[in-house]
Design a protein around this ligand. Structure first.
Ligand SMILES: *Cc1c(COP(=O)(O)O)cnc(C)c1O
Length: 486
């Protein structure tokens, strides 16, 4: 399998070559030159597989340059009940992403799929844990090392650190805004004592952290000598690892391939639901892909109107589902590429327009850039939006009726899913975090704290390891240089 850029850069690349890459050289995102197709016979054969072996079947079609026995070893090491152990009462850790039926509505079932049982209690572990093992494997074969530099406001940083801790050849330098994360998230990251993990608390806000990462990445010679890499949400391996749990959810929720299911996905950067789109393009019988946003409704606006309009920082809200607080959806270009019939030239010109004019319009209306919005429904996409009061009401309702506490992001998913349930079609809501991570809002909704999984009880009182630094790229560079010795 070869990978191409959404903006037309032609040098076809293999999976291992883009594993450590971010954007393609032309500023586009990598996608396979064609999606591998899955047959009904494949689905039948996969019904009895463990999560790890299902992951092998799917990933082996994308990572064709990794020897099969090595890939099988990597997925079996990644997807174990020991890693995904933070299950709720009544869930089976062996299933890795267990389902829980909430209710029947209009003859359609509403089901939660738990993706947040990994070490950091959010779905980003599903892909990041695999990435950690893939990186270690490829680096050791190349006798190479890698220094991951990232910026986080919470979930990504901790998922990356727990995936890379103790890994040979890898160091993580993670910038976070000093005293701006929740105490739980801060403790998760800063309590790691591994020597290859470096927490840098920046005196500033998240945007300052991101600016520093950009400044360092733009210094190409520094980047090369310090062997800097990133693990942000456009990373192809992260997206493809997420494809697996759509298959898993489908196979757990159905008994025959005649049945269709829908997925509702709490969305920010469009990474998670992009994986659902890819699963559907591979032939998985998905009816609808329901994009749920919070107050930051860039994606809901597009899927309602055909207009993609990125927000300024002053129009980007800090909400109680903070991992969905985005001003633009960085993986969206992958879907637009398919929507436009893979016309890379048009994709390039539309996303240039995003840079110069803040967006584009595919509504087909006067002066628009195209009429492809009419085709969006063929791809199964629908959307909706959920606000703070909706989150509170949904958390209360699900707790009262089903005895289950859901987190704020999942609540956005449930709220919007309920607006799209159809008779006879199971709607799977992806549970993207456990409520313990977002306790303040659980307290507000329910009047008590969320239960914490075993081992997280006193996480805030563990010793913390971090340095505080001004928002200054030169100081961060110097710090990295000293600690890599390169
Ligand atoms: C990252 C994250 C999201 C958003 O996922 P995208 O892939 O950016 O759309 C939703 N919920 C939680 C809890 C997250 O950590």
């Amino acid at each position: 399998m070869h990978y191409i850029s959404t903006r037309g850069h032609v040098a076809a690349q293999q999976f291992s070559e883009i594993l450590l890459a971010g954007l393609a050289p032309d500023g586009g995102l990598y996608l396979p030159d064609a999606y591998p197709q899955v047959s009904s016979a494949d689905l039948d054969a996969w019904r009895s597989l463990s999560y790890a072996d299902l992951a092998f079947e799917i990933l082996s079609r994308f990572a064709t340059d990794i020897p099969a026995e090595d890939l099988r070893m990597l997925v079996r090491k990644t997807y174990t009940p020991e890693v995904y152990c933070n299950v709720r009462a009544g869930e089976l850790a062996e299933q890795i992403t267990p389902l829980r039926t909430l209710e029947e509505k209009d003859g359609g079932k509403l089901v939660l799929q738990a993706l947040s049982n990994g070490p950091t209690l959010a779905f980003k572990d599903m892909a990041m844990q695999l990435l950690g093992n893939l990186f270690e494997y490829t680096l050791s074969r190349q006798h190479a090392e890698l220094n991951i530099l990232g910026a986080t406001s919470g979930d990504t940083g901790s998922a990356a650190e727990y995936a890379m801790r103790g890994k040979k050849g890898i160091r993580v330098f993670m910038l976070s805004p000093h005293r701006k994360m929740s105490s739980f998230q801060t403790a998760q990251m800063f309590s790691l004592q591994d020597e290859n993990i470096f927490n840098i608390a920046v005196e500033g806000v998240f945007d300052d952290c991101q600016d520093i990462v950009k400044a360092v990445s733009n210094d190409l010679s520094y980047k090369a000598t310090q062997k800097i890499g990133t693990v942000n949400s456009i990373n192809w391996a992260r997206v493809v690892a997420q494809v697996v749990y759509y298959f898993r959810g489908y196979l757990l929720a159905t008994t025959s391939n005649e049945q269709k299911v829908s997925f509702a996905v709490p969305s920010g950067n469009f990474g998670n639901v992009c994986a659902g789109h890819i699963a559907r393009m591979m032939g998985l019988p998905i009816d609808q892909l329901v994009v749920a946003t919070n107050e930051n409704d860039v994606l809901d606006e597009f899927f309602r109107t055909g207009i993609y309009r990125v927000r300024k920082s002053s129009e980007t809200y800090h909400t109680t589902s903070p991992s969905m607080d985005i001003s633009k959806a960085s993986n969206f270009e992958r879907f637009v590429f398919d929507l436009l019939g893979r016309d890379a030239e048009r994709v390039a010109s539309l996303f240039r327009k995003v840079d110069t004019h803040g967006g584009f319009d595919l509504s087909g209306g006067p002066g628009s850039d195209g009429d492809e919005f009419a085709k969006v429904a063929q791809y199964g996409f629908v959307s909706g939006k959920s606000l703070h009061q909706d989150r509170l009401a949904t958390i209360r309702d699900v707790h009262a009726r089903h005895g289950v506490t859901i987190d704020t992001h999942t609540a956005d998913g449930v709220k919007v899913a309920r607006e799209h349930v159809k008779p006879g079609v199971t709607m799977i809501v992806l549970e993207t975090a456990l409520p313990a991570k977002f306790n303040e809002t659980i307290q507000e909704a329910l009047g008590h704290e969320a239960e914490r999984p075993a081992g997280f009880g006193n996480i805030e009182s563990l010793p913390q390891r971090f340095v505080v630094m001004p928002a200054d790229a030169a100081e961060v560079k110097q710090y990295i240089r000293v600690h890599t010795g390169l």
